[in-house]
Design a protein around this ligand. Structure first.
Ligand SMILES: [Zn+2]
Length: 92
């Protein structure tokens, strides 16, 4: 789901897309068309937010568990973004 809605080529890296919010837009690296992510991108934040809550509850269990929890939440967010959240065209 990182295909540009204008030209159909890969518009950006998965990490770049994950960091792009629905309120922002960017240019496709191939055709330069303005693109953003669908508002469904908020759903991708859920596992990362949950991992923060989990990390907070593990605060006295050591940094390995905290770091592991945050890393898992972040990877889940990237995975959901890349797999389920479509890029949408933006006209500005
Ligand atoms: Zn494009």
């Amino acid at each position: 789901m990182i295909k540009c809605p204008h030209c159909g080529e890969q518009a950006m890296t998965p990490l770049r897309k994950t960091l792009l919010g629905p309120a922002q837009s960017t240019g496709c690296k191939r055709c330069g068309g303005r693109i953003s992510v669908s508002a469904a991108a908020f759903f991708a934040l859920i596992p990362f937010l949950l991992s923060m809550i989990l990390a907070n509850s593990l605060a006295d269990r050591g940094w390995l568990l905290i770091g592991g929890s945050l890393a898992a939440g972040f990877l889940a967010m990237v995975y959901i973004h890349v797999t389920f959240i479509p890029l949408v065209p933006r006209d500005e």
